[in-house]
Design a protein around this ligand. Sequence first.
Ligand code: ADP
Length: 682
Amino acid sequence: MNSFLRILPFIWPYRRKILLSTFFALVVAFLWGANLSVAFPIVKVLLQGETISDYVDQQIALCQEEIQQRTRALERLPESRLKRRAREQHDLAAASRKLILLTWLKSHVLPWVPRDKFDTFALLLGLLVLATAIKGVCIFVQDVLVGSVVELGVMSIRKECFRRALNLDYQTLQLAGTADLMSRFTNDITVMRAGLTLLGGKVVREPLKALACVGFALWVNWRLTLMSALFVPIMAAVFYRYGRILKQASHRMMESMSRIYKSLEETFDALKIVIAFDAARRHRQRFHRENKEYYHKAMKVVQIDALTSPTTELLGMLAVSVAILPSAYLVLRGTDSIWGIQLSDGPMDIAELSVLYAFLAGIIDPVRKLSSVYAKLKRAAAATDRIFELCDRQPLVSDPEDPVPLPRHSESIEFRRVSFTYAQHRQHAHRPPALEDVQLTVRAGEVLAVVGDNGSGKTTLVNLLPRYYDPDHGAVMIDGVDIRDVALSDLRAQIGVVTQETLLFDDTIFENIRYGRPDATPDEVYAAAEKAHVTAFIDRLPEGFQTVIGPKGQRLSGGQRQRVALARAILRDPAILILDEATSAVDAQSEAEIQQVLKEFVRGRTAFVITHWITPRVLDFVTRIAVMDKGRLVATGSHEELMRSCPAYVNLYHAQQQRGPTRPADPVADGTDGQDTAAAAS
Ligand code: ADP
């Protein structure tokens, strides 16, 4: 239940609808009990051959007799027995009230009630049908009201979770993985929604129905009804146990679903590779394995779920028997006590026994229904936990409480003795840090190439700049200001990132460029497109700038995609530019063009160019080179200086020469057509 308490703030705005739906549930519950109470007159008519008028007359006679007896008893009681007199007076008043009601019924209602037995029976059935119809309408209205509250609540939760997820830092989200996030936002929310619908519908209605029956049953015979209640703690204990097992099992089931999502995502994301390497079978096998695991986890839930209904029914039947057996004894022996224990106010008749049975059995049905939703509720609770666990995650990178302003960068960028280890590697003492004591100062306007072997920490280093993560030790300073003291939006507004991956959206080219600065005018967008040489190919597209480029920009070639991404970065007009292997995966023709664009673009900005491919074109536009090796900065300088003084750089350069013209992201090298690996983000 604690899990669902978290949902309360999201549905609180719709409390009026909830109240209204509870009112309808109350009507349903009352009608449920009232319908069952028809058992009483039906038995009277069918088995005892009485009509309603006969019954009322009989009751009036009994009442009058009782009043006389009690009046006489009261007269005989001495004044001193105050307590006893009070009780007699109370009972006398109750009997008088009953008599008034019965006489009213006789004079106002009975004239309308048929005197014939069959007609009476038909009337009762008619009333039953009418009450069932009203009950049906109430259930419908309650379900619709609950449905609308649930949908609105889930919408707010989804919105809030998405907001919080986007506030999380890059590292946390990357660690969680797209598949896990997707499964929380889709599967888990669906499961939670199903639970909430039950919670507002059946979980309110059914216990009220049961309570109505308990109320009616207590009215018929409170002593025997209380005997049945002995089973309540047993039922509670059984359900508590089931509940715990169910919640754990549901958790595992959802984790397993996350893995299915992961397998799907990886397969569909790398479809080209899957086809090129003819690996469909391997992916099928893995998918099958995950599915089988899910099946086993799901079966555990199914088994417990299937157990709940029969268990409830059995316990319910036992509870009913405990009350009905002594009642039957009372009826058949015409007595009101067993072993001297009084169990009824007077001898019970068969009609009373029938109606008591109807009410007690009427409790079982809602409880059984309730138990059948139990598993779903537990699953929903587990899903709710998973959703809020995501919402509750604290970002590792956050805005400072009192941010200092950051004017447009114009002096220097300094990595001041920075060290960094990825969160998931912190426990592994043997893993060296990704960055170790890096000290580097870059003057404004410099174009710095960052080179080094794969995994030497180039990307990690520049990723500190937009605060994808913060260094564990040391600081990153822009113009002497620690970037942790600056508002994230101010910092990121100054940085443009162009990466190797394709990161465009399924929208028009125009909107993809305008993503860089949503308030840009169309003319500014066209100017950026011109600078990035987008205009050169746009005329060949059927709808020009309004061409929709498909998911991840798949309808464009690699080179075209990268130019659109560059236009997006240009529009942002950043003071600091990060180019991460920006040209490593396009064909030679595109590369030349893009290099030209970049050369113009970096003018007047401080740029970091990550590359492990030192070509004359790269050397042509960088002003300095920084060499990374195993997380350390080993040297900085010009190509010539480094060739003279830095063995690591010389090795890197020669290794690259020996590898020849085949570049790292060459089509032949990674099995792709080389068109889709370059892209940009800003
Ligand atoms: P480079 O850009 O020079 O190829 P990286 O900065 O990407 O190197 O990686 C440096 C080290 O950090 C490597 O050992 C790599 O395995 C590790 N690393 C990189 N990205 C992550 C990540 N997201 N999570 C964990 N470890 C990472």
